[in-house]
Write a protein that binds this ligand. Structure first.
Ligand code: C5P
Length: 203
């Protein structure tokens, strides 16, 4: 089965999705890594983002390999985040990556995080979560993770939110039937327990 976890940057998706996958023994998939990989390749090599997406050679696990190169840390750099958000507005990029994701999810049990998993990639997922947190809380978490200041993160975050919510193709929206969870001031453990409970109810 598929557990879809969508929401804006910094809502806590990665920590939550990883912990839920561990608790349930499901495989974790971070769909954002695919957009980041296409952003990185487009920055580095130029050319059409859609071609990079269609030819994408990526291995996703504890480390992320693109064309055999370990790019785990590079993918988290601010320029790559910005490039990812930019290429994510391209509908050919989105269709190519959504196809790859559907292919993976066709088999086995998954916890997938992204922006359009519940709306586009796996609308039939029995458990769909829309994770949110206040902008300040999200920026605080990202700043701590990146070792930068909150104001810079808050500015970049507002730009990425606007891009993610305003794009014509698959904008960030809560999927019909999704459960909205606000993680502001809630412990990771509590959020994970809530989702694990929803999975047990659905299975
Ligand atoms: O989740 P993460 O921050 O790593 O994603 C990087 C960027 O990729 C996001 O800002 C968003 O623009 C894009 N993305 C997307 N759809 C997804 C996952 C990520 O548009 N399913």
């Amino acid at each position: 089965m598929v557990v879809a976890i969508d929401g804006p940057a910094g809502a806590g998706k990665s920590s939550v999705a990883r912990a839920v996958a561990r608790a349930l023994g499901f495989t974790y998939l971070n769909s954002g890594s695919m957009y980041r990989a296409v952003g990185l390749l487009t920055l580095r090599d130029g050319g059409a983002a859609s071609e990079h997406a269609e030819k994408l050679d990526i291995e996703l696990g504890d480390r992320v390999l693109v064309n055999g190169e370990d790019v785990t840390e590079t993918l988290r750099e601010p320029e790559v985040s910005e490039a990812a958000s930019r290429v994510a507005t391209n509908d050919r990029v989105r269709s190519a990556l959504a196809d790859k994701q559907r292919e993976l999810l066709g088999d086995g049990d998954w916890v997938v995080e992204g922006r359009d998993i519940g709306t586009v990639v796996a609308p039939g997922a029995p458990v769909k979560i829309f994770l949110t947190a206040s902008p300040e809380e999200r920026a605080r978490r990202r700043a701590a993770e990146l070792g930068t200041d909150v104001d810079t993160v808050l500015r970049d975050q507002a730009l990425r939110d606007a891009q993610d919510e305003g794009r014509a193709h698959s904008p960030l929206r809560m999927a019909p039937g999704a459960v909205s969870l606000d993680t502001t001031g809630v412990t990771l453990d509590d959020v994970v327990q809530r989702i694990v409970g929803l999975v047990h109810e659905a299975s």
